[in-house]
Design a protein around this ligand. Structure first.
Ligand code: GLU
Length: 271
């Protein structure tokens, strides 16, 4: 899909990271989550099928447990995720309910989608929810995922979900405006790239740095996720989630963020 076609996207996966959902203090950014819940509810009212991939479990859990920084050990991260996931869903359920929408939690681990039957089952669950107009909210099942074989990051998870449900569009909301020709924090002259038709090795060099201390990904994981989606026929926009209303602009075809244009022909090369 090119920009002018994005208005036709019906099934849309939106991914939001911890740095977008929380303040520097580690606490939830209610203003932003409220805006996100309103925009997504409104799009669902328009007839769009929305799936939200939300990070934040570990960050929110760490805050609830009054930890002063993101936990380092596996078991502490898993404990924080168990606390935080509850809180996150509680907040989403309340905010989406304000706009008369029901949400559902789906927690995934790689083993679920590595076998054909698990993949079909979870896809059917997504479709059953979508058919009923319920908004699935997805995260990795961090409390049980084994670190060596987890999805790694939610950018990757969001592309996997988009491929599973054969989404028309993936939107990855981040704390940066999109893909630049160099890291804009280090090179003020760096320019935002409007469209990508081919992900090249040079692009990895454009995005040094591993994101913020609250998130995990950085731009590199977003490029990988966008590439995975686009070779499977799904266009992907990486944009700044500071003002969730920009999702409207993206769907109106405005030049917002970086659009990774899908390869033509639905390939569904899910790996
Ligand atoms: N699943 C992790 C969480 O909810 C986040 C992973 C990521 O941000 O990539 O805290």
């Amino acid at each position: 899909m090119e920009r002018k076609e994005l208005c036709n996207a019906k099934r849309i996966v939106v991914k939001v990271g911890t740095s977008t959902l929380t303040y520097e203090t580690g606490k939830l950014n209610y203003r932003r989550i409220e805006a996100l819940s309103r925009v997504l509810s409104d799009l669902a009212n328009q007839g769009k099928e929305i799936i939200l991939v939300s990070s934040g479990a570990i960050g929110v859990g760490a805050d609830k447990m009054k930890l002063t920084k993101r936990p380092a050990s596996v078991e502490e991260k898993q404990a924080a995720a168990a606390v935080g996931q509850c809180e996150l869903m509680n907040v989403y359920a309340r905010l989406f309910a304000e706009y008369n929408h029901l949400v559902a939690q789906i927690l995934l681990t790689p083993d679920v989608i590595e076998n054909q039957s698990g993949k079909e089952h979870v896809t059917n669950t997504f479709l059953a929810l979508i058919r009923k107009g319920i908004i699935p909210i997805v995260n990795e099942n961090d409390s049980v995922a084994v670190e060596e074989i987890n999805f790694g990051d939610n950018d990757n998870l969001s592309s996997i979900v988009a491929i599973l449900v054969k989404a028309d569009l993936l939107i990855i909301l981040s704390d940066i405006d999109g893909l630049y020709t160099a890291n804009p924090k280090e090179y003020p002259d760096a320019m935002l790239i409007d469209k990508v038709y081919e992900v090249t090795e040079d692009m990895e060099g454009f995005c040094s740095g591993a994101g913020t201390k609250r998130g995990t990904g950085g731009m590199k994981t977003k490029i990988h996720a966008a590439q995975k989606a686009r070779i499977n026929g799904i266009s992907t926009v990486v944009a700044n989630g500071e003002h969730p209303d920009i999702i409207y602009g993206i769907l109106e075809g405005n030049k917002i963020g970086t659009l990774f244009v899908a390869e033509k022909g639905e390939q569904c090369l899910y790996e």
